[in-house]
Design a protein around this ligand. Structure first.
Ligand code: PGA
Length: 251
């Protein structure tokens, strides 16, 4: 059966010292607690090694927020999937809307990144989601279908089974506007149906689909109560151990 997951996405926030402190606080809060979900933090590249050293990896998973679409070589400033894996990280967030929007990531580059992440034993947390105009003109189903099909549907069923999906409506990210639980459930159920059509019922039932976009302790319970919402990808509220734990314990 699929896992419930709450994953933090710190984005471009915190210095190394602040990040280590935050990770320690989350780690501490998880001591003696058995949450009904896996807990992951996605942190900047610069923080991975130091954060890995202070967390209990049995209770708290560690991920990067991106990786390169190339293996190695003359790509100044890039960080490869094997470099990420060598820090001890087990996850990588891929295809976040901010990467697509501001750094020109395409369905093709994301396909390469996904393959390299999997080759290096990393679990991709693969983000999809529509912008406001696509929500308003009703094309959001086609948008997420295209994002999934073009980047992921050439994977074998075995490899697809390793992916965590995160549906994040761009209009809800960092805006304080959350998708309603019914809006989230509608599209999550649709995403699962796409996976079922391509890979069959078992793979679809085992795929965790997280919701992201202004998820907070106050709205997490209602969102997570929906049958096709298997957790959250948390931005702003993950920058504070208490609010992050408020979402973890919503399960
Ligand atoms: P938010 O970000 O929780 O701050 O809206 C979510 C995300 O971008 O992953």
């Amino acid at each position: 059966m699929r896992k419930n997951i709450v994953a933090g996405n710190w984005k471009m926030n915190t210095t190394v010292a602040e990040g280590v402190e935050l990770a320690k606080n989350v780690n501490e809060a998880l001591k003696g607690v058995t949450p009904n979900c896996d807990v992951i933090i996605g942190v900047p590249f610069t923080h991975l090694t130091s954060v890995n050293a202070v967390i209990d990896s049995n209770k708290l998973g560690l991920g990067a927020e991106n990786c390169a679409d190339k293996k190695s070589g003359a790509y100044t400033g890039e960080v490869s999937a094997s470099m990420v894996a060598s820090t001890g990280a087990k996850y990588v967030i891929l295809g976040h809307s901010e990467r697509r929007q501001y750094y020109g990531e395409t369905v093709e580059t994301l396909k390469e990144k996904t393959l390299l992440a999997l080759e290096n034993g990393l679990t991709p947390i693969f983000c999809i989601g529509e912008v406001l105009s696509e929500r308003e003109n009703g094309t959001y189903f086609d948008v997420v279908k295209n994002q999934i099909e073009k980047s992921l549907f050439d994977l074998s069923a075995e490899d697809f089974g390793k992916i965590i999906l995160a549906y994040e409506p761009v209009w809800a990210i960092g805006t304080g506007k959350t998708a309603s639980d019914d809006q989230a459930e509608e599209i999550h159920a649709y995403i699962r149906s796409l996976v079922e059509t391509k890979y069959g019922k078992e793979v679809a039932e085992n795929t965790s689909i997280l919701y992201g976009g202004s998820c907070k302790p106050t709205n997490a319970k209602a969102l997570f109560s929906k049958p096709n919402v298997d957790g959250g990808l948390i931005g702003g509220a993950a920058l504070n151990a208490e609010s992050f734990m408020g979402i973890v314990t919503a399960f």
